[in-house]
Design a protein around this ligand. Sequence first.
Ligand code: HEC
Length: 131
Amino acid sequence: MKAKHILNLIIFALIVTLFASCEYDFIKPEPAPPPPDPTDTIFFSLEVVPIFAANSCTNCHKPGGFSQLDLTAANAYNSLTSLGMVNTADPAASKIYTYPNPTTGTHGNKYANESEVQTILQWITQGAKNN
Ligand code: HEC
């Protein structure tokens, strides 16, 4: 093989490498988790309570916290029901659904995600049981 051919080959390889390195790898945003299946039973202790810790609600909503409402695992159910935060007659009007709602909420920037508020709503629709 002639030296010129080898040189051409190297140039060709360089050009290919150059174009290949121009490819973009788009970072896709995490898809929003799907809302719960409407036929699933929502368990308060297993599915609703963890939402309050996952979104740091319990930083403020705890015994002796900024608000009377206590969302810690041990007290959340009694606190939510005794303070009238759940409305089984009109579930979508429940404060525990409207406050952390990412689209309609008015609670500063302290929101849960759409899937989480749907979980809360479904739990209330199913009778807000201490399950
Ligand atoms: C930085 C502190 C803080 C965080 C974090 C926080 N809250 Fe609150 N929240 C408050 C305070 C203070 C009030 C009482 C004032 C008010 O009604 O806005 C309140 C009120 C509420 C109320 C209405 C209580 C009532 O008596 O009417 C609900 C429901 C509520 N928060 C839910 C949540 C949920 C769910 C989260 C998590 C997604 C959360 N909060 C995160 C401070 C916080």
